[in-house]
Design a protein. Structure first.
Length: 579
């Protein structure tokens, strides 16, 4: 049965995508009349639905995302924002006025979709204001698909998607205009928290950059194959999409499908990879052509570098010309920071030097403080000519070969990056901009586990007023006592997982917990990691978690350690028979 209320309001919100807020209920009524004469799409019906809907309701999520996007639009970016500050009560009041929302509906919207404050800090030199709302809307394809995937496939809340939209726009607007006739390079740095969504941020930047016209995208990951493969898989799954991966291969042809990276991947089999519904080029949009795969890092391309032959509508004009750029396919290269691999890429690019000046390129350097920074001793340089470490030298060569390349580093530990010599024009010092990402909702870091600048004297600290007393248990013993402490750590891991599963099963927590993980890290040596893994496996096998002895040990830890902290701090309940 047709959901006229849903379709009418979604259509009304869609019509405001580029114009900004307009009369919401009048537009929805018009859309409803087109679908079903006499359909009831009044404000009362809308508010009633929103109040009864769960967080994943399509209309609730879309309205939330739209309001959050308008809330965060930079002041003055569009005429309707006036002089109001982003994410302020004044901005929300203007939105309601333009939507022609009555007081009762405004109150309901405020309760359901409160204005989120903005603490993002941006430090930047002047930049060319090219990435306007009109530019963003003109060719957007990958960003809307990615943001919708986060909402539906990853269960992100609309505020988080709006935050990501805002943060990625702040980055992309500081890149060079890909249509700019004169070649221009920028170098910037994005600083986030450890394990806090930097990959989601640069995937969003990739989506918007490709939509905007960047056609060669190089993502440099860590120094090991596992990290490169993880990054490739995630970008393929959430941005590239099934159609770009298959590139015409029949998904029902087992013989042809055998050559596809993910044929045995559970998420691929279960349909969790993003789908566009068509190969983008069939609708005049840019395909993403992968030059690396989940299994294979970059390899030298065939003679003539045909994979880097960009399509042109008019061969007499450069690639960056508005006639050619919108429909040309983007090339995606995801490489680890490894000398032989990067040398192959540099070698291939050198073979097409004559065309490199036309290609808008984006180089993203994940964990840019690892391997990328030049650590040679300046005192040993001759005639002020820098001597470079291998990876730093190859990044410099890439930048030299690609005059339209934008370098963007990502890190949670920027200390090495800011000590790069700013006078070395070939190096990666973030001379153009520095973007500091917000602390994500629900993120836990050092201040959540340690008593940083606590005003409570150590003898007076308890689980109520001390983060360390509540959450940190030191493991300091050696010898025979060490096994006991490791067993305590395993027990705490098991109990934590059990509590999460209890909350999930009873609808008391924050949703589905896909992973339960424990990290044990005592050494940087591979051999010692292997020995420690064996030790933990043996402990796990002898812990007796299904035996009366093991259960009694878990109950004792639960009652003596978990419950005191729970009673002092928990906002979500623990199993009722013990609380």
């Amino acid at each position: 049965m047709t959901d006229v209320l849903l379709e009418s309001y979604l259509a009304a919100l869609g019509a405001m995508k580029t114009s900004g807020p307009k009369a919401l209920f009048r537009r929805a009524s018009f859309e409803a009349e087109e679908r079903m004469e006499g359909a009831d799409v009044t404000v009362n019906r809308l508010i009633d639905r929103l109040r009864r809907a769960d967080l994943n309701d399509q209309l609730r999520k879309q309205l939330h995302l739209t309001l959050a996007t308008w809330d965060s639009a930079p002041s003055g970016e569009a005429p309707w924002t006036g002089a109001t500050d982003a994410r302020s009560p004044d901005r929300r009041a203007v939105i309601y006025q333009l939507l022609e929302v009555e007081a009762s509906a405004a109150t309901a919207f405020d309760e359901l979709f409160p204005v989120k404050s903005d603490d993002t800090i941006v430090i930047s030199d002047k930049f060319e204001p090219w990435y306007t709302p009109k530019v963003r809307a003109e060719h957007e394809f990958y960003w809307p698909a990615y943001s919708q995937y986060l909402l539906d496939g990853r269960d992100w809340d609309p505020d988080s998607v709006a935050d990501l939209n805002d943060a990625t726009t702040r980055v992309v607007e500081r890149l060079g205009n890909p249509y700019r006739p004169e070649a221009y390079q920028s170098k910037g740095l994005v600083v986030g928290y450890v394990q806090s969504g930097k990959t989601a941020n640069f995937t969003g930047v990739l989506a918007k950059a490709i939509d905007a016209g960047y056609r060669l995208v190089i993502v440099m990951t860590g120094t090991v194959d596992l990290l490169r493969a993880q990054t490739q898989r995630r970008i393929d799954m959430e941005l590239v999409g099934v159609e770009n991966i298959l590139r015409g291969v029949d998904p029902d042809d087992a013989d042809l499908l055998a050559g596809v990276d993910y044929q045995d991947d559970p998420d691929w089999v279960d349909g969790r990879f993003l789908r566009h519904g068509f190969l983008p080029s069939s609708n005049g949009l840019p395909d993403i052509i992968r030059l690396t795969t989940h299994r294979f890092d970059y390899k030298s391309l065939q003679a003539g570098i045909t994979a880097l032959e960009f399509e042109k509508e008019d061969r007499s004009k450069p690639l960056y010309d508005p006639v050619n750029l919108p429909s040309s396919s983007a090339r995606l290269v995801i490489v680890k920071k490894n000398k032989p691999v990067l040398e192959k890429l540099v070698k291939d690019l050198r073979s097409i030097t004559g065309r490199l000046g036309e290609i808008p390129a984006l180089i993203i350097d994940d964990e840019s403080d690892q391997a990328s920074v030049n650590t040679t001793d300046p005192k040993k340089w001759l005639s002020d000519r820098p001597e470079r470490t291998a990876i730093n030298g190859l990044i410099s060569k890439l930048l030299g070969l690609l005059p339209r390349a934008q370098y963007l580093g990502y890190t949670a530990t920027p200390f090495a990056n800011v000590f790069i010599d700013p006078g070395d024009v070939e190096d990666i010092f973030p001379r153009d901009y520095l973007v500091s990402l917000d602390r994500p909702p629900g993120y836990m870091g050092v201040s959540d586990f340690h008593d940083i600048d606590s005003e409570v004297d150590p003898p007076d600290r308890t689980v109520v007023n001390s983060q360390e007393k509540a959450h940190v248990r030191d493991l300091v013993e050696q010898g025979a006592e060490r096994a006991g402490e490791l067993l305590n750590a395993l027990d705490a891991f098991v109990l934590s997982g059990a509590v999460k599963l209890y909350r999930e099963a009873n609808g008391l927590g924050s949703g589905h917990f896909r992973h339960h993980t424990m990290l044990v890290h005592e050494s940087v040596r591979t051999a010692e990691h292997s020995d420690l893994a064996d030790e933990i496996r043996n402990l796990w096998g002898s812990a007796g978690y299904s035996s009366p002895t093991g259960m009694a040990r878990l109950r004792l830890m639960y009652e003596e350690d978990f419950l005191p902290v729970c009673r002092a701090r928990a906002t979500e309940p623990l199993p009722g028979q013990f609380c």
